[in-house]
Design a protein around this ligand. Sequence first.
Ligand SMILES: *Cc1c(COP(=O)(O)O)cnc(C)c1O
Length: 393
Amino acid sequence: MSFDLAARLAARRAEHLYRQRPLLDSPQGPDVVVDGQPLLAFCNNDYLGLANHPQVIEAWRAGASRWGVGGGASHLVVGHATPHHELEEALADLTGRPRALLFTTGYMANLGAVTGLVGQGDTVLEDRLNHASLLDAGLLSGARFNRYLHNDADSLAKRLEKATGNTLVVTDGVFSMDGDLADLPALARATKAKGAWLMVDDAHGFGPLGAHGGGIVEHFGLSQEDVPVLVGTLGKAFGTAGAFVAGSDALIESLIQFARPYIYTTSQPPALACATLKSLELLRTEHWRREHLNALIRQFRQGAEQIGLALMDSFTPIQPILIGDSAKAMRLSQMLRERGLMVTAIRPPTVPAGSARLRVTLTAAHSEAQVQLLLNALEECFRLLGATEPDHA
Ligand SMILES: *Cc1c(COP(=O)(O)O)cnc(C)c1O
């Protein structure tokens, strides 16, 4: 036996699923340079335009001068520095939870939270469209693992009937490839009725959603009883990097004891926590960012409907246009790029088979004029390519 990697790669190419990494040669923002070409981009998750904010950069610089660059050790050894601790307190305050625990990435926060809470003999129930890190976490935990129909509290309730042991129900808050919201009030009711726990990964909700950027839980006005395990990531609207789990004192202490992806890794650079403390302040106080973003979302949806594009049920900054066929999605993305616009085509296995899409993301750093440019280009490309209907929606 040998690894026939060349054949695997060729098959991937033949299915129009081959991945390539665009080379970014500028800071993140609407105006980027990619593969040497200046482009107007609608594909990052920097929803509030904080990834390249002068005050956040200054906080990073000042943090590095004071605390150095490397975390130096894991949190349990000697890597838990004052800026990490202050950031945890600020995140607890943002979420209205007693405590928050800082992780190095969202992927690790999800692995840590799920594997720290359930194991053999327990049950994990997940939305079938959950982010890959949540699905991986469920499998890694060793608990019985089952997926319910997308955003369907009845489908969840049926699976809860058969659940054994400690049962964790896990969902994205805002679904990352569709932009729709989890029906958290219904999911929380079904979960609580069975004495199970609900864990929400609100990577895309913190910042854009909620009156103060507190995400989907603030949007729906839910309590810690409704959502005992709340995950946020810092690489999206916060514009920096890392992630957190917020919840009760007992939850956080348990994760410090048992979450291996928390324990066995070096803490993030303390200067990064300094930068995030600043971006958190901007996220909470500069309401104009959310208001401008919401105006752009309305503008985009109105314009896209006029053109007849297949939008999804989303009022978040994630505004996918359903295409269906992967090759066609790639072709449209390429045509937009030839017109100076960057919109990523998302294909299986990231999304279900036959549901390739253009994933448009809007940010507070975009202008109305830029959104209009996007709409004009979409109109032209869809007209040149024929039908606006998705192939098999
Ligand atoms: C991006 C994302 C993650 C992973 O977070 P990172 O900090 O980038 O590792 C987890 N969950 C969801 C829903 C995401 O969109």
